[in-house]
Design a protein around this ligand. Structure first.
Ligand code: CA2
Length: 175
């Protein structure tokens, strides 16, 4: 096994939560030039296949409702090891999702299908990116797969502290 394989083996059996924000349930039906041809179910199938290959447990949740995404982030505390989130339009508006991420203190990878930095000005600002471990943007459905791989790497490299005793991240000041 490669050094990276040995490293990633530490993430085996750990749980990653994938969250999809509003309107992503419409994928594949409209705007394929911007968001790609795959439906959300097809993206989820690819995520499940990769998770099985790597040996991590996967939970996937989509909602068009901000509060439901906040609830799901809160419920992840103590049971999930990392979160991969495409907050969709809430990326640019949601202090509630940002606050929930800070509150649970779990490592978060922010992903986007399109490159938000090449689009309209209002999409270039993310309220999530400075409380996330990192952002993967512009690789279509592969952004999610790269996000899952990044989450596994973060889990593997984190010290084996109990999830329950993990202290929340310190909120950083937005620019
Ligand atoms: O590029 C991304 O992944 C986005 O998070 C997608 C959001 C957008 O608001 C963000 O700025 C960037 C939009 C998701 C809506 O998806 C649709 C899919 C098909 C048809 C219409 C919308």
């Amino acid at each position: 096994m490669s050094a990276r394989g040995v490293e990633d083996a530490r993430a085996r059996g750990k749980t990653v939560l994938v969250l999809h924000g509003p309107n992503l349930n419409l994928l594949g039906r409209r705007e394929p030039d911007v968001y790609g041809p795959l439906t959300l179910d097809q993206i989820n199938e690819r995520l499940h296949a990769l998770a099985a290959e790597i040996g991590v447990e996967l939970e996937i949740f989509q909602s068009n409702v901000e509060g439901e995404l906040v609830d799901r982030i809160q419920e992840a505390a103590g049971v999930t090891h990392a979160i991969v989130i495409n907050p969709a339009a809430y990326t640019h508006t949601s202090i509630a999702i940002r606050d929930a991420i800070v509150a649970v203190g779990l490592p978060v990878i922010e992903v986007h299908l399109s490159n938000i930095h090449r689009r309209e000005k209002f999409r270039r600002r993310s309220l999530i990116s400075d409380v996330a471990v990192g952002q993967i943007t512009g690789f279509g459905a592969d952004s999610y797969l790269l996000g899952l791989r990044a989450a596994v790497r973060v889990i593997a490299n984190s010290r084996s502290r109990s999830l329950k005793t993990r202290r929340p991240l310190k909120a950083r000041r937005p620019a």
